[in-house]
Design a protein around this ligand. Sequence first.
Ligand code: IPM
Ligand code: MN
Length: 374
Amino acid sequence: MDKKEDKGSRCMSKTYNIAVIPGDGTGPEVIAEGIKALNAASSKFGFKLEYTTLDFGGERYLKTGETLPDSAIDELRKFDTIYLGAIGHPDVKPGILETGILLKIRFALDQYINLRPVKLYPNVETPLKDKWPEHIDFVVIRENTGGIYTGHGGATRVGTPDEIATQLMIYDRRTVDRCLKYAFELKKKRNAMNPKYAEKPITLIHKRNVLTHAGDLWYRAFEEMGSKQYPELKRDYNHVDAANMWFVKNPEWFDVAVTENLFGDIITDLGAMIQGGLGVASGGNINPEGVSMFEPMGGSAPKYKGQNIINPMAAIGAAMMMLDTLGETKASQAIETAMIEVMKKMKSQAAGKMGYKTTEIGDMTARYIAGIKE
Ligand code: IPM
Ligand code: MN
């Protein structure tokens, strides 16, 4: 299928090919509900979705010893997008599946943006006192292919008292610039969408008071691109430790925050908590020029597996982000509207406390989408 020709055409038979990796633990359960939402949106808005399920994950690894063969990467390249449930198995040593599947896909498909919205929806409980949906509505752009995650470094004299280990935070200007470009463009788009966003700056988060090389590269690149190409956008800078404080104390200061890989990993778990927990936090691993992958942030949650009590909202949110990235804006917005209605009815966003079963949440969301006026 020629994606370029297909994109933008308004014919009814537009088809997107989706690779589905349900993965481990509760992954398959939440993905099933996300697919209900996707199907409801596709029939409502007149495009087709074809799903191909791939069985990568812990079970397959335990059976075959294989995480993700290189041939699978070539196969994944052929899809329009990837929908991932969760990777992680209690019987597999930590690190094997994470690096062998999740990080391998991110790197091999050059998904250099990790987009993590931090949005508190109505009726969703945040642990932050006196903070409401109007205070918590921002996105974190985490650089997703560089930094410490590249694995540069090594260890010598291992096991002796003189052991040395290094793990380097590698960044080159091109990697930094392409991430910043995405962030500035998204900020421009959000400012046009909502005047409240336009009042706020785009914030670079780093640690340039200590990381005088890597932090300086990011800071100069940010200032240069901002001042030359986006002079109309307000810019701000936070050290990462301070950003943690502000996420808790003044989340309303943020609209678009951009940061390097490891800092982004850490602050987005905090972001997930202030938006109501892992049950509602979704993320996109985006290659703006290639194949992207969308996932709930919650992980495989093996203790909730098979009980129909896990919250599928984060997976439904990932489906919403997927359609937005594919250019199906209206369908994506319909999923969000439906999510808001369903979340208003839920007692809690925590597994087992929702007042509904996993499958009921998916059914309700799909029904709302079907009923939404175009
Ligand atoms: C995430 C996860 C991964 C990461 C792990 C599972 C490798 O924590 O998506 O944030 O560190 O990026
Ligand atoms: Mn993480």
